[in-house]
Design a protein around this ligand. Structure first.
Ligand SMILES: Nc1nc2c(c(=O)[nH]1)N[C@H]1C(S)=C(S)[C@@H](COP(=O)(O)O)O[C@H]1N2
Ligand SMILES: [Mo]
Length: 568
């Protein structure tokens, strides 16, 4: 890099106050850092206050929540498709990056005009407050973390910028020690390079000091980092007091009056076929789709399920009320997401335990005029299910058990709805706290407002799990295998086509229940080369999966799953 050695006298700087452009660059760099640290302090303090109010009131969470609500639907589906389970982590990271960029700018603005810098922080706080207050489940207190955080951030910004302010130009040299030798020569100045600015900012290679108090700046920075880390880390830790994991694991599930039918021998073909999806999905591996950045934490003892709207005799239920019923059912059901693409993995099967939904609704006197049940979760999500399906679909339930455990918190603890045959977004409301009997005409729930279909029965679907596409394997005999589903109807046939040969029927796992997917396997002799493998399923009521491709929006993807494989 070009380093020019010279004296101040030899070459006066253009900034008439006798200071080099490089030192100005250095100050800017430190000012930007000041902005960043002020934001860190603001966020850290906000996390601490959120530990009093509740995790969802944290500005990062609230702003992320708002971003999810405001994000155009295509972007949202793209995020679900691309990042899957990690969509929320990506969102939080994105939010933090935006905040960081904004904070850098605030630091620079604050260097020129402190008042404007403070206004910038105030705006930042305002966004957090508004985001927290406008959450569907938001209360007045939810604005507090952003408010207090912003005040702390403003103080931090002022404290950090103070050492960067230049002393008054003429003769006011009573300033900081580092400015003492302001006229010393020679100095090494790399006028424009970033490295030079950095060096200048850090005080290396420039003994001149540029009239700012670096030592004080770095001291204040250290304090800011400490405050941000302790408040933020402590806040996060303290927020765990809202966690209900402990209470969840203390719960003892009641026994069902009607247990799940026994599985036939050899029910799970995955035992013999590598790479085939197991019949039951372990809870930890069960796909998760929701808009909740912080998972709602509902204490079992606080839980209430309220019924409103078109009921003759609506009651409100505690968890004990639900657990204590004598008509509990246990059923094996496959749940799937409307966002699932052809070949996608947004589906899972579990053994669910809960209250039979039809009986439950009838005993509360659901009226004939209601054709939609609007289910509301504790975080304000609304999911609208057809009243008729809720009443008539066998095995529809208010579920509180999943594979022998209380529902995992991510999957709706303590109670969710489940209606086999409907995609999750029109049936499977998690963290369910209210059911309103109403009509489709009267209310559009969350996803319908975003142009997804109001009614969405699951489409006949089949997927190839193995062999994996485009990963070469030795030529010869190996199974082609996967799963197929058509909940409430069941699967009666799965056919596989390799290249342009005829369709061949695959073996199916034993029929367990129409609400359950079926595994399919077809052993096949692969000649060396590249092959195209395609699958299609037929439901027990005779509908063969359509070849016609449709995107997930508005009512679920369709089309045959087809992959390229290579054998050598
Ligand atoms: N409260 C709430 N319930 C919800 C959702 C949500 O975002 N919030 N998403 C729905 C969707 S789109 C699906 S596919 C299922 C997914 O359930 P899972 O996460 O347990 O697999 O939950 C449904 N229930
Ligand atoms: Mo979904």
């Amino acid at each position: 890099m070009p380093v020019v050695t010279m004296t101040e006298q030899a070459r006066p700087t253009p900034s008439g106050d006798g200071r080099s452009t490089a030192s100005r660059g250095g100050r800017r760099l430190l000012a930007a850092l000041a902005g960043l640290l002020a934001a860190a302090v603001a966020l850290g303090i906000a996390e601490l206050v959120a530990a009093l109010v509740g995790p969802a009131s944290s500005p990062v969470v609230a702003v992320g929540d708002a971003a999810i609500t405001l994000t155009p639907e295509p972007v949202k589906s793209f995020a679900i498709r691309t990042f899957g389970e990690n969509d929320k982590i990506v969102l939080i990271l994105g939010t933090l990056v935006v905040i960081a960029l904004y904070a850098l700018v605030i630091g620079l603005v604050g260097l020129r005009n402190r008042r404007l810098g403070v206004v910038g922080i105030a705006l930042f706080g305002l966004v957090g407050v508004v985001a927290a207050l406008t959450r569907p489940a938001g209360g007045v207190l939810d604005g507090l973390p952003s408010l207090v955080g912003a005040v702390a951030g403003a103080f931090a910004l002022l404290a950090l910028l103070a050492p960067l302010q230049l002393p008054a130009p003429a003769g006011a040299t009573s300033g900081p020690a580092t400015a003492r030798d302001a006229d010393a020569a020679p100095v090494a100045v790399d006028r424009d390079g970033l490295a030079g600015r950095l060096r200048d900012a850090l005080g290396a290679g420039d003994r001149k000091g540029a009239g700012m108090d670096r030592r004080r700046f770095f001291l204040s920075s250290g304090v800011a980092v400490g405050v941000a880390a302790v408040a933020g880390g402590g806040g996060r830790l303290l927020q765990q007091r809202f966690d209900v994991a402990g209470e969840r694991s203390d719960l003892v599930l009641p026994r069902p009056a009607s247990p799940a039918p026994a599985l036939p021998a050899g029910a799970d073909l995955a035992a013999d076929v590598d790479g085939l999806t197991p019949l039951f999905t372990p809870n930890r591996e069960f796909y998760r789709v929701d808009t909740a950045i912080t998972v709602p934490q509902i204490s079992p003892s606080d839980y209430r399920l309220t019924l409103t709207g078109m009921f003759d005799s609506p009651r409100s239920y505690t968890l004990d009320d639900l657990f204590g019923r004598d008509d509990l059912i246990e059923r094996d059901v496959t749940l799937t997401c409307v966002s699932n693409e052809v070949g996608g993995r947004l589906a899972g099967t579990a053994r669910w335990l809960g209250v039979p939904l039809g009986a439950f609704l009838r005993e509360n006197g659901v009226r004939d005029g209601s054709d939609q049940l609007v289910c509301t979760s504790s975080d304000g999500m609304t999911i609208g299910a057809p009243t008729r399906s809720a009443l008539e679909v066998d095995d529809a339930m208010l579920a509180f058990g999943m594979n022998g455990e209380p529902l995992p918190v991510e999957h709706g603890f303590p109670v969710r709805m489940l209606i086999p045959g409907l995609y999750g977004y029109v049936s499977a409301c998690k963290w369910l706290t209210r059911i309103e009997a109403t009509t489709f005409a009267a209310f559009d729930p969350y996803w319908v407002e975003r142009d997804w279909a109001a009614q969405a029965p699951i489409k006949v679907f089949s997927r190839i799990d193995t062999p994996a596409p485009l990963r070469a394997f030795p030529a010869g005999r190996r199974p082609i295998a996967g799963v197929a589903w058509a909940q409430t109807r069941g699967i009666s046939r799965v056919e596989v086509r390799v290249d342009d040969q005829d369709w061949t029927e695959a073996d199916l796992s034993p029929q367990v229940d129409a609400d359950l997917w079926r595994q399919w396997v077809l052993p096949y002799d692969f000649a060396p080369g590249r092959h195209e493998v395609t699958v299609r399923a037929t439901s027990a009521d005779g509908e063969t999966q359509t070849e016609e491709r449709a995107r997930p929006k508005p009512d679920g993807a369709s089309g045959w799953h087809s992959i390229q494989v290579i054998s050598r």
